[in-house]
Design a protein around this ligand. Sequence first.
Ligand code: ARG
Length: 587
Amino acid sequence: MKLFTELVSDKVSDAFEKAGFDREYGTVSSSKRPDLCEFQCNGCMALAKKEKKNPMEIAEAVVSFLSEETEVFSKVEAAKPGFINISVTEKFISEYINNMWNADKFGYESDSEGRKTIIDYGGANVAKPLHVGHLRSAVIGESIKRMYKFAGADIVADVHLGDWGLQMGLIIEQLRTDKPDLVYFDSEYKGEYPKEPPFTLDELEQIYPKASARSKEDKEFLAKAQDTTLRLQNGDRAYTAIWNHIMALSKADLKKNYDNLDVSFDVWKGESDAQPFINAMLKDFEDRGIAYESEGALVVDISEDTDRKELPPCIVRKSDGAALYATSDLATIIDREQTYNPKEYIYVADKRQELHFTQVFRTAKKAGLVSEDTSLRFLGFGTMNGKDGKPFKTRAGGVMRLEYLIEDIKTAVADKMRENNRLSEDEINETAGIVGLAALKYGDLSNQATRDYIFDIDRFTSFEGNTGPYILYTVVRIKSILEKAGYNRGSDSVIGPAFTDKEKELELKLSGFSGVFAESFKELAPHKICQFMYEAADIFNGFYHDTNILNESDEYIKNSRLALLAFTKDVLTACLDMLAIKCPDKM
Ligand code: ARG
């Protein structure tokens, strides 16, 4: 379906043509002065300049043709210095709304149907504590993935675990100190290694911080861990066996964490999966002269003439022969090309990794790992800070335990629910978790991703203002009205022409869905969907406050309003679903 503004623009362009002018000046946009009109056309000013005419005269000529279209326009007027102010009829907008309701995806027309896309988000590091950046990556990435699905893209989500780094060598070496008798450390041992891990998840979680702290003091220990990491990467049998245990325990735990967040992945690959591609890739880079040696390291120049500041080369092999973060991301691209051959890659990671991704993207293009028209996109996000302006920590301090964070929010929401006194204790227990997650996710997604933001539990869990609970409360309110009315959408459900200004305002807002979605999708900007939901919810609540619904005596008006409510709920629910926010039945 065409966007509503496009439909209006078409009509206005017709009038330009009838008045003897070029159609292209007839484009309209939503009004900057909603108190005066619903849409505005600014084309007369530009046209007047070009034709050296008086803009007001042009506007008046166009308006005289527009005035004939009484089915479409309820009000058209020329306003100084040459605007055309436009309002549409109740009938014209309600017909559009009904068409949206009957269409698939509310009439959104995608140009990305079937587009093969890889999204790389989550990015937790195995056996290392999660930090707030991982939470943001999961929440933002999941919503981008769902937006792509809505647009019909063929998107594959890969968690891309950090599972191949120094933490592995550190853990293995600490284990050697703590439990030297394990068979893994017996160089004579030739048999099968045990199926059971030599540690519990709890123990594993203790080992890394201990080893990491020790490596900062003990240079020898650090060197040993580095060597062990390299040996693991080269396929050492004993270390690989330990690594498999670490992976199994840690992955199960991470899955649980992501499940709790309603975040899911199609593929659970990691940096380790890039290893088989690395040597051949580096040799190929050298053979073709893409990479060259510099101070013992192997590097690729990536600077371009148009760069405003000089960008350092991409180091693909250190002087000690070790691979780096960039090496593994490049080799992962080779793997992904072979498996999926995507048209687009999206990486969701901390914005401080921007240089890294610029280096990787440029190297990938320069070396022809991807084709010229493959789109490589980095969505870099800012930091979630605490009220003290420093990166957020949970009440337990130090390490972020997602469980605690979720628990804290749930408690805050449950307290608010008790204050509101609408639900029983059982119902509170059932819904506080859902609403808490909504508060957390909406608090994150409603900010432009690149910005830092302050995690403010009081604000995020408030039932008023631009918050998750406010949006949910609006949807729950609609659900409850529809339930009370026993309303079910049938083939004869129609949203009639609006009877009040508020009703019309709501219809006009909802008519913008496809335009807002298209923009958020193109710009990877979930916050625009949040803003749309908030505005729609706010208008809805104003409408609800001022208007009879359940006790409206005219059956036709009542049914029309219930239909509008159902449509509002459908649109808001689709938006929430894109943000991976669930909605309870009661609140
Ligand atoms: N594991 C990384 C980190 O914790 C994030 C991974 C992002 N994805 C990637 N392909 N580099 O910072």
